[in-house]
Design a protein around this ligand. Structure first.
Ligand code: IMP
Length: 194
């Protein structure tokens, strides 16, 4: 069965629409960060595909880093506590940081991460997010470069997963029936964020 034509998926944002929007964001970032050698920090795993396309749409010198964070399910939702599973390999003091994230949902993860990066002495910390599920926001997070606002639906593809599946889709889709998607997949109670 092809994952790309899986009938349990309904296309929300096509590959062409993503490509066009990423190109626009790249042009804007190239303009805004000219002469500042920004460091793009991708939040693993979900943002890897967005970061990969976005950096190719940026024409100025830049660096990339990755960070992996975990959530604690319901606990994290209330406390906003996030654990860093894989930290940056470099110091970021004085750097212009652009965090690259797949989706902002409640905003709890990002508000923790942005504050954490600021506390390390970065000169500026801004956020590029592909998707904004704005209806679910609990903590206000300013998104400096946004791909698309989306409704309160669970989405997969273009790096985003459901139980580690669907990251390879070249488009963003709504999962019509999560129970069906789960069939035959090994599920873990707690897994790393995104
Ligand atoms: P927040 O702290 O609630 O904003 O959580 C953001 C993270 O939740 C994202 O980085 C994703 O890993 C995950 N997430 C939220 N909504 C979705 C979705 O619709 N599909 C896949 N992952 C999601």
């Amino acid at each position: 069965m092809s994952e790309i034509t899986n009938p349990n998926l309904e296309t929300l944002i096509s590959a062409d629409a993503i490509r066009a929007r990423v190109k626009e964001l790249g042009a804007q970032i190239s303009h805004d960060y000219a002469g500042r050698n920004p460091l793009l920090i991708g939040v693993l795993k979900g943002a890897f595909m967005f970061l990969s396309d976005l950096m190719r749409a940026i024409e100025i010198p830049l660096g990339i880093e990755f960070i992996a964070i975990s959530s604690y399910g319901a606990e994290m939702r209330t406390s906003g506590e996030v654990r860093i599973l894989k930290d940056l390999d470099v110091a970021i003091e004085g750097r212009h940081i652009l965090v690259v994230e797949d989706i902002v949902d409640t905003g709890l993860t990002l508000s923790y991460l942005l504050a954490n990066l600021k506390s390390r002495g970065a000169e500026t910390v801004k956020l590029a997010a592909l998707l904004d599920k704005y209806e679910r926001r609990e903590k206000d997070v300013p998104i400096d470069y946004l791909g698309f606002q989306i409704p309160d639906k669970f989405v997969v593809g273009y790096g985003l997963d459901f139980a580690e599946r669907y990251r390879n889709l070249p488009y963003i889709a709504v999962l019509k029936n999560p129970e069906e998607a789960q069939l035959g997949l090994p599920m873990k109670a707690a897994s790393p964020q995104g």
